[in-house]
Ligand binder design. Structure first.
Ligand code: ARG
Length: 588
């Protein structure tokens, strides 16, 4: 289905043409003076130079062409030459009706269906998830759902950090504690036990202990580094321990992400890209891209027109070890091999921007991907506390994601528990749902690249630009619809009607923006645009609700028309929040 501004521009273009002017002048935009009109066209102003004519004259001629036009109820040529437009209610109705019956409410399939890999989440195995990982998960999930809704083939990959020093640290710590385990016996040739030698709780304690020790104890640190290298070069017992760490940790990560309603198609990690490294490095050398610099193997990626210095991409350290750059390059090769994607989007902390700039340049330069492949870095800002500094626990430590979620849920439960009509179980489930909406909307409503302040009181408020306000609006609609049905009304038999009042028309116009908004948001990978839209839509609905008798309406046909409008509003709001990654309860 065409976008409303395109439809109106076409009508306007025809009028320009009929008056003897170029049709392209008929570009219609949303009014920047909503007190005067709904839409406007500034084409007469632009045409004045081209046709050597006063803009007001052009505007008048065009306005005359639009007399009796089905789309516009009012076309006013105003000095110095603007066209102020008001839409016909019947025409608006035809648009909203078409939208209601169209697939995806009129959002057209993309011209080219792209295969997109989204790299998000990025948790590190054996380390607990902290709030820094929240944004990657929340934004990445929304982007994944948005692109999928827009019609692309999307693959979400968690890209585990599972090959680094943290593994060597845990192994070293375990060795200190239980040196008698068969994993440490180099002469051991039997099968390794199926049961892990530690629990999740022990694992969660071991990593920070080991990390703390390695910072003050050089010898300990050297051991951990050595253990990491031995793991990476294939020492049997360490590989077996690594598997145990992975199993325990990944199971826990899956639970955590499920709690956030975040769902990955692939649970691959840095380790899975390792097999691609030797061949990749060999080819980079053969093709003359990689060379030795200060002992290390590097690929130059600087360009003459660079404004700042872009250091070379590090392929292998002087001791032959692979680096973060290497692993990301090999992962690109792996994805290229597995999916041949048109686009790879990385949802990662924006402080990693330089790393990705180097990696992308290197991948394109060395031909790991086709030159037309889009490699996109969607860097997000820091989540700050109310003091404007990176979010911390009360005692200044790194806040665990699970504690943060628990905190929001507790506050939400307290708020909801005051509603006595709801059972304890329902209150619990609702508290979870609303808390998640508060958390995700609080994040997503900000442009991803900006830092934002994590303000629990604000996020959980039922008023203002918040997730709970959106849910509250949906629940309000659902409760009216439930009452209508309880009074014997048939929700499937209602038909939309032309708006009879301003607030109603505003609501319909806002609904008609849906396909335009969704296409933009997906093209720009910008979940905050979906948030801004539903906030406006919720406001338009609540305004309409306060001005309009709905269930009390005496004219049955009109009442049905209003109910149909409620249904469409609910469906659009629920579609949008689903894309953002949360849900609304039936009541709250
Ligand atoms: N594990 C990394 C971290 O915690 C994030 C990974 C981001 N993705 C990537 N392909 N490098 O910082």
């Amino acid at each position: 289905m065409k976008k409303i501004l395109d439809i109106l521009s076409e009508e306007m273009g025809k009028a320009f043409e009929a008056a003897g002017y170029d049709a392209s002048l008929g570009r219609v935009t949303v009014s920047n003076r909503p007190d005067l009109c709904e839409y406007q066209c500034n084409g007469a102003m632009a045409g004045a130079k081209q046709y050597h004519k006063a803009p007001f004259m052009i505007a008048n001629e065009v306005a005359a062409q639009l007399e009796g036009n089905k789309a516009f109820k009012e076309v006013a040529a105003v000095a110095p030459g603007f066209l102020n437009l008001k839409l016909s209610e019947d025409y608006l109705l035809s648009i909203v009706k078409e939208m209601k019956s169209a697939e995806k409410f009129g959002l057209e399939a993309p011209e080219k269906v792209k295969t997109i890999v989204i790299d998000y989440g990025g948790p590190n195995v054996a380390k607990p998830l902290h709030v820094g990982h929240l944004r990657a998960a929340v934004i990445g999930e929304a982007v994944k759902r948005m692109e999928r809704y827009a019609g692309h083939k999307v693959i979400g990959d968690v890209h585990l950090g599972d090959w680094g020093l943290q593994m060597g640290l845990v192994i070293t710590e375990l060795h200190e504690r239980q040196p008698e385990l068969c994993y440490f016996d180099e002469n051991y040739e039997g099968e390794y036990p199926v049961e892990p030698p530690f629990t999740l709780a022990q694992l969660e304690e071991m990593y920070p202990t080991a990390s703390g020790k390695s910072k003050v104890d050089e010898e300990y640190k050297a051991k951990a580094l050595a253990a990491t290298v031995q793991l990476q070069t294939g020492r049997r017992g360490y590989r077996a321990l690594w598997k145990h760490i992975m199993n325990i940790s990944v199971e826990d990560l899956k639970k955590n992400y499920a709690n956030l309603d975040v769902d990955f198609d692939l649970w691959l990690g840095e380790s899975d890209a390792q097999p691609y490294i030797p061949g990749m490095v060999e080819k980079m050398k053969q093709d003359g891209f990689a060379h030795i610099s200060e002992g290390a193997l590097v690929v130059d990626v600087a360009r003459e027109d660079d404004k700042k210095e872009i250091p070379p991409c590090m392929i292998l350290k002087s001791d032959g070890a692979a680096m973060y750059d290497t692993t990301d390059l090999a992962t690109i090769l792996q994805r290229s091999h597995d999916y041949n994607p048109d686009s790879i989007i990385y949802v990662v902390d924006k402080r990693q921007e330089l790393h990705f700039e180097q990696v992308f340049r290197c991948a394109l330069k060395t031909g790991l991907v086709a030159p037309e492949t889009e490699l996109k870095f969607l860097g997000f800002g820091t989540m700050n506390g109310k003091d404007g500094k990176p979010f911390k626990t009360r005692d200044g430590g790194v806040m665990r994601l699970s504690s943060l979620i628990a905190q929001i849920q507790d506050e939400m439960r307290d708020k909801i528990a005051t509603n006595e009509a709801i059972s304890a179980e329902e209150a619990e489930a609702t508290a979870k749902m609303v808390a998640l909406a508060a958390l995700k909307y609080g994040d997503l409503s900000n442009q991803a690249s900006k830092d934002y302040v994590f303000d629990v009181e604000k996020f959980i408020s039922f008023e203002g630009d918040t997730g709970p306000y959106i849910l509250y609006t949906i629940v309000r609609i659902k409760s009216i619809l439930a009452k209508y049905a309880a009074q014997g009304g048939d929700l499937n038999a209602v038909e939309l009607m032309a708006a009879q009042a301003g607030a109603e028309k505003q609501l319909q116009m806002q609904l008609a923006q849906f396909n335009t908004m969704m296409q933009n948001a997906a093209e720009e990978t910008a979940p905050h645009k979906v948030c801004a839209y539903i906030y406006d839509l919720a406001n338009a609905f609540n305004h309409f609700y306060h001005e309009t008798k709905i269930l009390g309406e005496e004219n049955e046909t009109r009442k049905q028309g209003l109910i149909a409008l409620l249904i469409l509003t609910r469906d659009i709001l629920e579609t949008c929040i689903d894309v953002l990654g949360f849900k609304a309860p039936e009541r709250m």
